[in-house]
Design a binder for this molecule. Structure first.
Ligand code: SF4
Length: 319
């Protein structure tokens, strides 16, 4: 008999782990994919896949999610999270991989009613339709309370051995995890930065300044943020953060000369005015009355007097 193969969307949450196990118990060969972007960490996926011992890979999703942030057809959730279109795009991508690589179907750990907006029955149907993957998409944990899929109708998957999970409770999932002997149970909550009010406030500024890109979205995870003229300034809050900003390496990096102090990064319009202003802001976090900075690895020098903290507040993004 031909070996049935399935490819799962896998964030690293408990439901995804259980969906894999439910299919594996039917003898289906399961592999997993975590979509990688500046907004979610693929390490959770890698770790969870190791716990259940399934093949795992990360697929870059940055361009897809960035383009959705401009105008998602189904709108945003509470913050800047376009969950319905995000899920639909993930399934569309997953279907492309599955068809190209000979998998029989794709699946996810979605549970009906688990999230009030993005995982109710209507949203799951909308995602299915938008993704154009409905013909090969299975949700093993709630399959018995959803319309039978072609995989169940053809006998590729035994519907009787799928589940009927419904709602937000986790007790059945935790019981299953125990029975399967999982050595690690991920805590609930997705960890997607697009649902974080503080980060998305920063992201909105990038968008308003026409600076939304994968690189800039990574960079604004660090530093205090200041709004300049068609540009955003970032100033490191600790030596650890300075190192991370240096390592990320995006934007125009401004080093302080002679005295210790924070690293500055300019995203957007590079002008002498913006770089001098950023120098004055950086100086305000040091003991120096006057500050000299230079653009990393270049001979451009900027000199500014320390800005006082009241003036600094006019530029600072709070939250
Ligand atoms: S929480 Fe983030 S990763 Fe998950 S569907 Fe929503 S936007 Fe996409």
């Amino acid at each position: 008999m031909k070996q049935v193969r399935a490819l799962g969307a896998f964030s690293g949450g408990l439901d995804g782990m259980l969906a894999c196990k439910v299919l594996m118990e039917q003898g289906i060969l399961v592999e997993t994919v975590t979509f990688d972007s500046p907004f979610f960490d693929v390490e959770a996926g890698r770790k969870a896949a190791a716990v259940i011992d399934v093949p795992w890979r990360a697929i870059d999703f940055t361009d897809d999610i960035i383009s959705l942030l401009f105008n998602p057809p189904s709108g945003f959730g509470k913050n800047m999270n376009p969950c319905i279109d995000c899920h639909a795009t993930m399934f569309r991508r997953l279907k492309e991989y599955a068809e190209a690589e000979g998998y029989d179907f794709i699946f996810s750990g979605e549970v009906v009613g688990q999230r009030p907006m993005s995982q109710n029955r209507g949203s799951l149907n909308r995602v299915k339709n938008l993704s154009h993957a409905g013909d090969i998409l299975l949700r093993p944990l709630s399959a018995k309370i959803l319309e039978p899929t072609p995989m169940e109708e053809s006998g590729l998957v035994d519907r009787e051995r799928l589940l009927d999970l419904n709602g937000r409770g986790r007790s059945r999932q935790l019981e299953m995890a125990k029975n399967f002997g999982f050595s690690f149970v991920p805590s609930p909550g997705g960890g997607c930065l697009l649902t974080d009010p503080g980060y998305t406030n920063r992201l909105r500024n990038l968008k308003n300044f026409n600076l939304l890109s994968g690189e800039n979205a990574k960079m604004i995870k660090f530093g205090r943020m200041f709004l300049l003229d068609e540009a955003i300034g970032l100033v490191g809050r600790s030596s650890e953060e300075n190192d991370k900003m240096l390592e990320a390496g995006f934007g125009i990096q401004l080093d302080i000369q002679k005295v210790p102090g924070p690293l500055g990064v300019l995203l957007g319009k590079k002008t002498t005015e913006n770089l001098t202003l950023l120098t004055a802001i950086m100086a305000s976090y040091t003991k120096a009355e006057e500050m000299v900075t230079s653009v990393s690895n270049q001979n451009e020098i900027f000199t500014a007097e320390k800005m006082d903290s009241l003036e600094r507040r006019e530029y600072l993004v709070t939250l």
